[in-house]
Structure formats: C-alpha cells, structure tokens
Write a new protein. Structure first.
Length: 214
C-alpha cells in the first residue's frame, strides 16, 4: 500500500464526494478519511487505528500486481462498461469528482486496482436529473464480477463479497479504507433519502470486492 495513502487515511478528515445529482451534491458522506469536493461533509472525527486485515477478505489473499492505472471498469451484472478518470485532491483537501454521470472515478491516492490494498472507485447515483454510472450499484450481489482494465493491458477480476448501506453520519471509515493483505476494491455511491434542500442523500452504498487468482 502506498505510503501517501496511509498518511491520508490517518490524518485526513471526513471523506465525501460531490455531484450525485448535480455539481453540488455530496457522494461519500461523513466518516473519516480523505474528503471530497462539494457540499460540506458531516462532522470530522478522530482517525481510528488502521486495522491490518479487512473483515471481507478471503482467507488466502492473492499476490498483488505492480502499479498500473485503471482505464476501464466492466460490471456485467449492471451492464456497466465505462472508462475511468483519476480523482485527486483539491487544495482544501477534498477529493475531486467525475464531471459527468458516466465516468467511474478512481481515487489516485489509493492503490491501483490489483495492487495490495483497497482501490477506491466512486461513481454518481444521479447527475443533474439523469442516472449515474452507479445508479444500480446496490443491486450487486456476492459472487458478481467486476473486471478492471489497466493501462498495462492486464484485466484483474474481482468478485463481490459484500454490499452494505451506511448512514453518512456513521460511515465505517476504518473498514472501508484500511489496509488489506490482498488486492481489493471499494465501489461507493449515494443511497437512501434525498434532501432537495441540501442536495444530499442520507446514505452510502459500499461494495466490497476481492481480486481472484487466474
């Protein structure tokens, strides 16, 4: 896992991501971890100790791949086949967001998909009144497959192990972002009730997936 990712995990405040229904809407809600652009996130909290193992990891973790940026994400169960965009950090420490409904954003301070650790992929539920790329993310089930095409031509395959929904005010940061002994994915979008006044959804959906050996 990247040293900078560990530093961000330990030091940064709440992680949120704007633009679920438009350019001003929060995607990833309150909790702890890096922050994402948009409306104010929930209250910041003190970072917990970083656990060494994710509860969703298979007993035997496959070896990690070398670093190579993702270029496309395919999720056959959702009919999704979309290019990826890199998401960095804004000067204020919030995370950038995809600038439209379709791209899947890879948080570039997290591991690349296939490296050891949790690669973070974020996408919009809705965007300015249209469905976003992760509109039906919550319908994934354990066993569904996610294939990530990387810049080096490799296509690691990940299998969903769990789909969970959390209130943004009780986002389990340690579980979602902590280091893992094997390559994993975290797919994140909005869920729950929509507040038209604040342009926020109440919850997040997080999909946990683990890389499979060939």
């Amino acid at each position: 896992m990247r040293t900078r990712w560990l530093i961000l995990f330990v030091l940064a405040p709440a992680m949120c991501l704007a633009g679920c229904a438009g350019a001003d809407e929060e995607l990833i809600g309150a909790g702890t971890g890096p922050r994402v652009t948009g409306e104010p996130s929930g209250p910041s909290t003190t970072m917990p100790a970083v656990p060494s193992v994710s509860p969703t990891l298979a007993p035997t973790a496959p070896a990690g791949l070398s670093s190579s940026k993702p270029v496309q994400v395919d999720i056959s169960a959702l009919g999704v086949s979309e290019q990826t965009v890199d998401l960095g950090l804004e000067p204020d420490g919030t995370m950038q967001v995809p600038t439209g409904p379709a791209p899947v954003g890879w948080f570039a301070e997290s591991p690349t998909p296939g490296e050891i650790g949790p690669a973070v992929l974020a996408g919009h539920l809705t965007w300015n009144g249209v469905d976003g790329v992760f509109r039906h993310l919550q319908t994934l089930k354990p066993g569904d497959e996610i294939v990530v095409t990387r810049a080096d031509g490799s296509r690691p395959r990940f299998v969903v192990t769990e789909v969970a929904q959390y209130s943004k005010n009780a986002f389990p940061t340690a579980r979602v972002y902590a280091n893992t002994p094997g390559p994993q994915l975290r797919l994140i979008t909005c869920a729950g009730d929509y507040n038209p006044g604040s342009h926020n959804y109440s919850d997040n959906v997080v999909v946990y997936a683990t890389m499979q050996t060939a």
